[in-house]
Design a protein around this ligand. Structure first.
Ligand code: NAD
Length: 355
């Protein structure tokens, strides 16, 4: 007999506390983890937030490490690991975006220290067992259950300082996780529900986040969607969109969230005919607009960059980028063809609205 509905679903264990003002719970949540000496991680720009966390933890704070940067260079990871060891830390608190949470993951990978994540962007890393470390100019990623944060505190108040030019692309990065979850090789009904709801909530809240920076309800809606998006990324495999962004970010040092924003409509257009059910769900979440064009229009509406040439990609590198993105086989609903991927990159470079 042939069963129509067939899937595997493995849930990932993490505790989520979501509330405006939830940062007040940080000491109680550390205690709940059974930890006594937390190393607080942040970027140099978010030092004040990390010090606030450290103050709230009182005697349970072991110190602050404020050197998190994009893509987790191995030197930073090793310095942070050393500091965690020398301070005898028994857990890490990562307050910030994907870069800071990524640093926490690099520490957890070798030490198994539990992570309490307090995300302040919409990137979604806090919900995934995926880590990335950059060595010799190459970012290597992997999945390991040890790096999945044990507890996540979502406090929409912490996103109020996120400027529109970071908030918009960060939200589009989250939408990309939802989009690719809908046509993932291991897609399942639960992540698909989260994915469609994530796109809907982000598409409706992001324009308000950027046009009314003080609107806490819109920020809360976007952060809720970021949680859903992160869970999608954590639960199922991604495809061509994430592969292309990884290649472009890693090989040409393009900014992460902006690259996702620009590539997404074109990757969706590439897969349009091979993933009709996913396209219908994306379109439904965008109020009925065609999926690829709707995502392009959303990026335009929130004032995000639309062309690779505007974020530092050189036209001469497009051939090589297309080659790098197609040299090893990986799952995608539509087979990878060099000429079509090269055209996709050309369209993204020029910032053309997918027809
Ligand atoms: P980011 O963490 O690099 O942050 C960007 C900048 O915004 C930083 O200067 C940061 O200090 C600042 N910032 C963050 N929150 C702020 C706030 N509320 N107010 C003011 N400034 C704030 O950016 P990101 O897009 O969140 O993360 C990108 C990185 O995360 C990439 O390296 C990407 O590969 C990684 N990532 C990993 C996963 C995963 O599952 N492993 C998922 C998504 C992203």
């Amino acid at each position: 007999m042939r069963w129509v509905r067939t899937f595997v679903y493995s849930s990932l264990p993490s505790r989520v506390v979501f509330r405006a003002g939830a940062l007040d719970d940080v000491a109680a949540e550390i205690e709940r983890l059974g930890a006594r000496r937390a190393l607080v991680l942040c970027t140099p720009e978010q030092r004040a937030s990390a010090e606030d966390v450290s103050r709230r933890l009182g005697a349970r704070s072991a110190g602050v490490y404020d050197k998190a940067v994009m893509h987790v260079p191995i030197e930073t990871a090793e310095a942070a690991r050393k500091m965690a060891k020398s301070l005898n830390a028994d857990c890490c608190v990562a307050i910030g975006g994907g870069s800071t949470i990524g640093l926490g993951k690099a520490i957890a990978l070798t030490s198994e220290l539990p992570i309490l994540a307090i995300p302040t962007t919409f990137a979604g890393s806090e919900m995934t067992p995926i880590y990335g470390i950059t060595a010799d100019g190459q970012k290597k990623t992997g999945r390991d259950p040890r790096v999945l944060p044990k507890t996540v505190i979502y406090d929409p108040l912490l996103t109020m300082t996120l400027p529109a030019k970071i908030a918009g692309p960060s939200g589009m990065n989250a939408i990309a996780h939802c989009v690719e979850a809908l046509y993932a090789q291991d897609a399942n009904p639960i992540t698909s529900l989260m994915a469609e709801e994530g796109i809907r909530a982000l598409a409706s809240s992001l324009p308000v986040v950027v046009s009314e920076p003080d609107n806490i309800d819109a920020r809360a809606e976007a952060l809720y969607a970021a949680w859903l998006a992160g869970a999608c990324l954590g639960h199922v495999g991604m495809a061509i969109h994430h592969k292309l962004c990884h290649t472009l970010g890693g090989s040409y040092n393009l900014p992460h969230a902006e690259t996702h924003t620009i590539i997404l409509p074109h990757a969706v257009r590439y897969n349009r005919d091979a993933a009709p059910v996913a396209m219908r769900r994306i379109s439904r979440a965008l109020d009925g607009v065609e999926a690829a064009a709707g995502l392009y229009d959303l990026a335009q509406k929130i004032g995000a960059p639309l062309a690779l040439r505007d974020i530092g990609m050189k036209a001469q590198a497009l051939d090589e980028a297309a080659r790098l993105a197609t040299q090893y086989p990986y799952y995608n609903p539509r087979p990878l063809e060099y000429a079509s991927i090269r055209q996709l990159l050309q369209n993204a470079w020029e910032g053309i609205r997918p027809g």
